[in-house]
Design a protein around this ligand. Structure first.
Ligand code: FMN
Length: 178
């Protein structure tokens, strides 16, 4: 059975850009091996992650993630059977919620701040999908530069992510595509 699980959590002090990159690398490597896909949003404090795949695999991974000392207050927003994946091309995509996404947060919640704890399940899922589109735009230059097929509709101009030093050097772009 194919399912999608979405949870929100709060990073522990000390989770910086380097640690976040380690998490993404781990996710990329492990998820691809287990045919898991998804999206991870991180604004340097709050994680919002969607995991898609076989129910047993998603359960195993979620249990591992929930025990990870790099975050706390891990809270499931939704878990449901799905007919198809949203992020079938992404072993673990990365989205960077920032001040530029204010309108997006307002679209899906009462406040213009990124606070998935206060969001409904459907709203969180839709926001994650829209944030993912932002990320595709963010990684376009790297895809073009490396000659790899991005295969995704691209918006211009690319918004400025908060982790701009990493993003502008294309570090994340290498992690994103399955
Ligand atoms: C916010 C967050 C998201 C994570 N997402 C994933 C993930 O998608 N896939 C994964 O394998 N590990 C993920 N991890 C890491 C796991 O908690 C765990 O450390 C890892 O799966 C162990 O991998 P290993 O057995 O290769 O050492 C995440 C950790 C955090 C804190």
């Amino acid at each position: 059975m194919l399912i999608r699980l979405i949870y929100v959590s709060t990073s522990q002090d000390g989770v910086d850009l380097d640690e976040f990159k380690r998490i993404l690398l781990q996710a990329q490597a492990n998820n691809e091996r287990h045919d898991l896909t998804g999206m991870l949003a991180f604004n340097s404090k709050i994680f919002l992650q969607a995991l898609e795949g076989d129910r047993d695999q998603v359960n195993d991974l979620y249990n591992r993630i929930a025990r990870d000392p790099r975050h706390r207050a891990v809270t499931i927003l939704s878990c449901k059977e799905i007919q198809e994946r949203h992020w079938f091309n992404w072993s673990m995509g990365f989205a960077a919620p920032n001040a530029d996404n204010r309108a997006l947060f307002l679209k899906y919640s009462q406040k213009s701040a990124f606070n998935p704890y206060a969001m409904g399940c459907d709203a969180a899922e839709k926001m994650l999908m829209e944030l993912a589109n932002t990320t595709i735009a963010m990684t376009q230059p790297q895809s073009q530069a490396s000659g790899s097929a991005a295969g995704a509709p691209l918006a211009a101009p690319a918004p400025q992510p908060p982790l701009s030093s990493a993003a502008s050097t294309g570090i994340f772009a290498r992690f994103l595509k399955k």
